[in-house]
Design a protein. Sequence first.
Length: 297
Amino acid sequence: MLTKRTDLALEARELFEESVGETTALQGVQAQEYGRRGCTVTAVDILNGQGSHALGKPVGRYLTVTLEQENLSGKGFEDAARCIAEELRRLLPPLDGEKPVLVAGLGNRDVTPDALGPLAVDALLITRHLKESLPGEFAAFSPVCAMAPGVLGQTGVESAEVIRGVAERVKPCCVIVIDALMSRRLSRLCATVQLSDTGLIPGSGVGNHRCALNEDTLHVPVLSIGIPTVIDGATLAADLLEEAGAEETAASLRGGIIVTERGIDEHIRRLAKLTALGVNLALQSALDVEDVAAFFT
């Protein structure tokens, strides 16, 4: 039987419900849907080990923001960024103004669907050094530092090792990791933002599991922000075949092909800016979209 791959807790819940139908209640998981800033947000809370086993994800909170076409430009873009910021604030620990927030943009800058993290870091408002050198002028700002550690194939060093070393040095109050994810549904490709307080395992969606980035490994709270930019080819084909009633054929499919969207380069640039803007607004609560934009003009 084909294992359908996804990094989204929302889709893991859907897959569980599809597998059992209405015969088994999903214990240890709570879900609700609501609107914010014109976006639909789905919160999935995995409460215990039973829920974690059912969905194959760690205990914690997963917030999924669904983006519509109007959220990719103009006022809709700004509202989507504010929505992401407000949801991210729900997961952040208290910011005391002294310990910085460390943001890590994961992924390979040279592989377009995997470049979300590094490109988002490029658009972050970095303030840790400014607060240290000009404390009076930047008293209202939260200290933020950021890094893009690259990938093992480029550096020979695990991302988790690099981030752990930096975290031990700068002693952040929390770490935010940004990464590209894998979706199960074509409709969610480049149209969904998942925020979580559980950290992440880089490469897990494509079967290339790396060292985990979570509170156990970094010893501070780890939040994650991810956007699905690829789909496993076998998973996509299986869904399409099953919709057409060809389940036997779908079950025999093998993985190995990763599918992305036409125009992915433009999507990644826009989504990286959206993610960075949401993080900037979340961490610098005194600023709005226009204030953040002024720092980059």
